[in-house]
Design a protein around this ligand. Sequence first.
Ligand code: FES
Ligand SMILES: [Fe+2]
Length: 272
Amino acid sequence: MPDHSTIAPFPGSAIPHVGTYRRVLPVSLERMYENTLDWEHLPYVHASNFADIRCEEAGAWGWRAWTTDHRGHETLIELRLDKTCRRWITRNLEGRSKGAEIWTHAFPIAEQRVDIVVDFFVPDVAHEAREKVGLVYAGLYETLYDQDVAMMVERQRQLDRRVGGAIGTTPAESRVSLGPRAGLQFPCATQIGGREYIVAEVGGELVVYPAVCPHQSGPLATSELKNGIVVCPWHGYGFDVRTGDCTTGQSCRLSNLPELVETDGELTLVRP
Ligand code: FES
Ligand SMILES: [Fe+2]
């Protein structure tokens, strides 16, 4: 194994290199950058590692935020994206592992394939412990990227459906019969105009809401509906499916919902 102990994140740095994680991800560089700048998903997509996040500042340059783990430990993390170098650097500015830096370089090798090289620099680690610490970081990144890939691939699928015309406006799809209400089990999935919806029962009333989140196309269909509120698993935005209102304060809502018409016990979905 090569000795990386003298590799430093920048000339003159005293932070030792403890390990590298490398992987080819089935996503575009655009999805990678989007994911990198997306601080909001940490406590939701990576709920096993992050309990909370409070953003101090964010922009096209990156973000700086206080994260809290499940033991209540707080860490101020800063991420800086440098697209010119296809690189982003994450630094722990305060709290646990203060001074640690994680440098990620991305190499696009096809439209939907990116080779990433993640280098871990951790201060105050004895020379003989570096390999062990590096393996811990690599294991953590394996899990984080498994979770990120699932999100990025699904988001790409939703974007491709839009571009590919699956979500269209054909007159033939302006009404969809769901059949007798008595024969349906709620919640159930349906489609109209290429868009996916969920029909559910809230307090004895039937409601229709999109299976896909209006924020960044997260899967509302997989979230349990509680008291008429659905919470998106990607960034935690909540929506009241009866009104479409966002219950968590973001400027986002469920809109253009189809109407559900019941005639002689038969349900029909009608496009707005
Ligand atoms: S995709 Fe962001 S909250 Fe749903
Ligand atoms: Fe992530």
